[in-house]
Design a protein. Structure first.
Length: 368
């Protein structure tokens, strides 16, 4: 509910703007200040005593407090807040894509993208963050022939987690396995740029042990997990994938080693799944070291559209998601390493296609 809390602050500030008087607040007692200055003096603690909210602002605050109690309450012997509303942090986000075509155990094709890196600085107030990110490959080199764009948004409270992500990629990939082809060097690394991918996916899931388990402690740094605890989770996910691969320009010395391969593949489908899984927070030292692991397989309905390699079809969907986090806290400072993995299966007549995205983030920041 911290996102709602921030929204209330914006509403309260806009209500006050029309009544602002150009008076020197330093010469006023706290009780005589305009309420929004009282809020600033209280370090944006919306429940600080003595703030003289107007009627509408007071109503918004009551709604927030009800929501916070309903959706964001923990057992304080297991989970507590950090006592800070602001966070400033630096983040290094690194990811790559993987694509595989399996015809049988020995005849398969595997393609891996270059590793792409972003560097960013972020300032957060509760659940709302503003930041700036640069393409580290462009500034520090990397020599990739492809392009990548990605977007991620996540919201976590005690009861549930929700997220949406998108990515777009063109080229910048390498064929690492091609049928029974075995180069003299011992390992295949054939540059391949005739591939494009667009992905949009989202999840929402509920924590059954939400009073003792905090996902926010491991990924948002908004809580401290005091005792080790885990939780089963369940929810829904969707995913829309568009992938094109053109092998028509590959040399004969390669294609002869995988005769089942067609010249072109086009996948466009949407998955609607029920997901389930388990997350666990392992506390090595309270308020210091925390390790999290979360696994979320999903099953459901897949619909492929006209223009795909096998045409329009309705079929069974199965996908996999997983996360891990290692967090270190030292007073107001924190650092973390976070990994994410998302994989999608497409079971066709005569082959199986699998695409995935894996990422690793390094984070360092301070709460205040």
């Amino acid at each position: 509910m911290t996102l709602l809390r921030f929204a209330i602050l914006l509403i309260l500030s806009s209500v006050a703007a029309s009544g602002y008087a150009a008076e020197d607040s330093d010469s006023l007692k706290f009780s005589e200040m305009p309420w929004f200055k009282q809020l600033v003096k209280s370090n944006f603690d919306v429940n600080a005593p003595g703030i003289n909210y107007p009627r509408f602002a007071r109503f918004c605050l009551k709604v927030y407090n009800w929501g916070d109690k309903t959706f964001n309450t923990y057992d304080s012997t297991y989970v507590v807040g950090t006592g800070k509303n602001w966070k400033a942090m630096l983040r290094s986000y690194n990811w790559n894509d993987g694509f595989a075509l399996y015809f049988n155990r020995k005849n398969y094709l595997y393609i891996n993208s270059d590793i792409y890196s972003d560097l960013g600085a972020h300032l957060s107030f509760m659940a709302v963050s503003i930041g700036y990110t640069v393409d580290a490959n462009a500034y520090f080199g990397g020599g990739s022939t492809g392009s990548r764009h990605n977007f991620n948004f996540n919201f976590v409270c005690a009861l549930f987690s929700a997220g949406i992500s998108s990515s777009k990629a063109t080229g910048g990939t390498t064929i690492n396995h091609f049928g029974d082809y075995s180069p003299e060097s011992g390992r295949l690394k054939y540059k391949f740029d005739d591939i494009s991918q667009e992905s949009l996916s989202g999840t929402i899931y509920y924590f059954f042990n939400h009073r003792k388990y905090s996902q926010g402690a491991a990924y948002n740094f908004s809580r401290y997990q005091l005792k080790s605890a885990g939780s089963w989770l369940s929810g829904f996910s969707f995913s829309n994938q568009r992938i094109k691969m053109d092998f028509s320009r590959l040399p004969d010395e390669l294609t002869s080693h995988l005769p089942s391969l067609e010249k072109n593949y086009h996948f466009r489908y949407t998955d609607y799944d029920i997901l389930g899984g388990y997350g666990y927070n392992w506390v090595l030292k309270p308020r210091k070291w925390l390790i999290n692991g979360t696994i979320m397989p999903s099953v459901g309905y897949k619909h492929s559209y006209e223009g795909t390699t096998e045409g329009r079809r309705d079929m069974f969907s199965t996908n996999i998601r997983g996360n891990f986090s290692i967090v270190y806290n030292h007073r107001s400072l924190f650092a973390a390493m976070i990994g994410n993995y998302e994989g999608h299966f497409y079971f066709a007549r005569g082959f199986t296609f699998y695409n995935s995205i894996a990422s690793l983030s390094l984070v360092a920041g301070v709460r205040f």
